[in-house]
Design a protein around this ligand. Sequence first.
Ligand code: AMP
Ligand code: ZN
Length: 472
Amino acid sequence: MKIYNTLTRTKQEFVPINERRVGIYVCGPTVYDYIHIGNARPMIVFDTLRRYLLYKGYEVNYVSNFTDVDDKIIKRAIEEGVTSKEISERYIEEVKKDMKALNVMEATMHPKATEEIPDMIEMIKVLIDKGHAYEVNGTVYFRTRSFPGYGKLSKKNIDELEAGHRDEKHALKVSGEDEKEDFLDFVLWKPKKEGEPSWPSPWGDGRPGWHLECSVMSKKYIGDIIDIHAGGEDLIFPHHENEIAQSEAANDVEFARYWMHNGFLRIDGEKMSKSLGNFFTIREIGEKYPLQVIRFFILSAHYRSPLNFSDSLVESAKASLDRILTAANKLEELLQTAPDKELTEQEKEVREGLNSFELKFDEAMEDDLNTADAISAIFELVKYTNSNITSDSSKQLVIAGYDLLKKLCDVLGIITAVKKEKLDSEIEALIEERQAARKAKNFARADEIRNQLAAEGIILEDTKEGVKWKKA
Ligand code: AMP
Ligand code: ZN
């Protein structure tokens, strides 16, 4: 597979460190509010990368953090008169619900910054010992010029940064940052302010800097070297540049081999963001559309291109997705009635013909995760199955068409199967079976049936008149 590596600004053949196991680290959200559709873009895109690697037979160690200590969380906690922990825990739960609704797989590990403080302190100690960091009045700074590769990801050079800095110098003096040795230095540990969450450290009570979190959590859950590090393009500088500086200075090995960055989701040509106020939360959108429409909409563009959000574009994504789902449902129905007979010669050819769509799909995905072209391959497949697989087709052929369509949609995280509700008669038969099981003192089976029904949203009530049921 070829991946566009931000570090080299070229598409490169992806070669993992271990032959079959890939380590991916994706910078996760700061949890102080519901996520918006822009935040969902990296989640969906890199989940699709993960699914593609799984489909290709790799094992994937997928790590994505929650930043659960941050100025924005503290601000929100003060506004609501609750603790920061209450805010972050609440929104971690909400983000997880949104991710599930977008069919984003749970990470192998979802570390939280506040649970990794001892390791952060350890990394700071290493950096101080090696001369890469220093403490002033309870703040620990990274000594940026001590790391020769600074700027290699963002392609910024120190002279340019210096020129920009001269204009900002006055502002920095005012903010009290002039205690730093050098304007380029950034914070690894900041001292406690009244009312803020803090942890003890050799430099006094305080909390870690944002960039440090990811260097530490990726090291702990993946290792010193990550195969793929990913996030939105706004993270390239300074966040990822600083992560590289910290990690490479501490570990003396290359930090991440491939850097992938998604483009922005825009609205009227501007980045969708909380600060601009031009955002829609996943919750709001979920009231208007099934969320897989949003997943499909996001994957319909290449992940590095900017993508404009508008109602009409989402409507057209919905219509396109419906075409795929209708074809899948039709095949699913044909499966029930298709005759179980030998494939005819012509059917064999039709079945052979299916391979070309999988090849096309793979070719697109191999080319830097081109999901837009991969979706085109699915459309071609849909056209092909619609015209070549009918109610006369033999079961084997229907299965081949259905399985392929389902497999390719699965890679994109699009669910094709229609969830059929149980018929009333099926429910009643199960309830009868449960009564019989209870009579026979087979309580395990009785409980099993109750749980099975509960999982489908059917609640049983034991009344004097017998067992009643209702849908939750
Ligand atoms: P934040 O919580 O702001 O740190 O953002 C979490 C993730 O969402 C980061 O990877 C950001 O780069 C990404 N992100 C934020 N806004 C957008 C947007 N409008 N389009 C695409 N990605 C975004
Ligand atoms: Zn990060």
